[in-house]
Design a protein around this ligand. Structure first.
Ligand SMILES: Nc1ncnc2c1ncn2[C@@H]1O[C@H](COP(=O)(O)OP(=O)(O)OP(=O)(O)O)[C@@H](O)[C@H]1O
Length: 175
């Protein structure tokens, strides 16, 4: 049975940092997937960049200056970035090669890509290990994942965010 972990936490608590540190700590496993981080200009958040875990490819996923569609809040989302960067490594992820999937995050912008929703549904029925971040806030797609009996829902807090990357790495790296 694969290990499927959802890291849940409030905005800014440190979910992305846990995922990035976990990827850096893994010795015997190859992590594939993506992380997202804020783009800031003059102290104001203007968008989000997406970066692939395995190859470090990076592009602007969402920005106040992008027109969309879709638009999520103040941001126009470039769904082509999901198609070109995020989806290929997820589609070719192979547990037989010792790979595991890291997704940061299962958020509104990413899930605006319906092909991404399809890939995530597939991954959660496959044999691959998964660590994905989710917001506390209710959302039909992530609520359904959180209710599954075969996932572990782990709360990320200021108290455990420093220890979590090593705890998780120990679980995934052990033979
Ligand atoms: N363990 C930590 N120790 C100190 N600072 C941290 C730690 N984890 C995260 N931070 C800081 O907190 C801020 C938010 O971190 P991060 O982006 O990882 O949070 P997040 O939960 O993924 O946020 P969001 O929900 O907005 O995606 C960053 O400035 C980061 O440097």
């Amino acid at each position: 049975m694969p290990t499927r972990i959802l890291l849940e936490g409030r905005p800014g608590v440190g979910k992305s940092t846990v995922v990035r540190r976990l990827a850096a700590l893994l010795l015997n496993r190859r992590a594939v997937g993506f992380t997202t981080e804020e783009i800031r200009q003059g102290g104001t958040r203007t968008g989000f960049a997406l970066e692939t875990v395995d190859s470090g490819l990076r592009a602007v996923l969402a920005h106040v200056d992008l027109p969309g569609p879709p638009r999520v809040g103040r941001y126009g989302v470039d769904l082509g970035v999901m198609e070109r960067l995020a989806l290929p490594p997820l589609r070719s992820a192979d547990p037989a090669r010792g790979e595991l999937v890291l997704i940061d995050e299962l958020g509104r912008m990413e899930l605006a890509c319906t092909a991404f929703q399809d890939v995530v549904r597939f991954l959660f029925t496959s044999e691959i290990d998964i660590v994905a971040t989710v917001h506390v806030k209710s959302d039909p797609f992530t609520d359904a994942l959180k209710r599954r009996a075969d996932i572990e829902l782990v709360q990320v807090s200021r108290a455990n965010r420093d220890a979590l990357p090593e705890d998780l790495a120990a679980r995934f790296d052990s033979p």
